[in-house]
Design a protein around this ligand. Structure first.
Ligand code: ZN
Length: 48
């Protein structure tokens, strides 16, 4: 198994901003990320 795959396997992904951004309200938004190595997606709820 490649080291990069192993890192993803144990949950250490290399997130890059996927460009998605949705705003729930004036103070809460959601940002989208995708892992460069395995393609997994995640989203973060952020408060401004
Ligand atoms: Zn990954």
């Amino acid at each position: 198994m490649q080291l990069s795959k192993l890192l993803c396997f144990i949950g250490i992904h290399e997130w890059k901003n996927a460009g998605g951004y949705s705003e729930f309200s004036s103070s809460v938004a959601e940002k989208h990320y995708v892992c460069r190595r395995c393609g997994k997606h995640k989203r973060d709820i952020i408060t401004k």
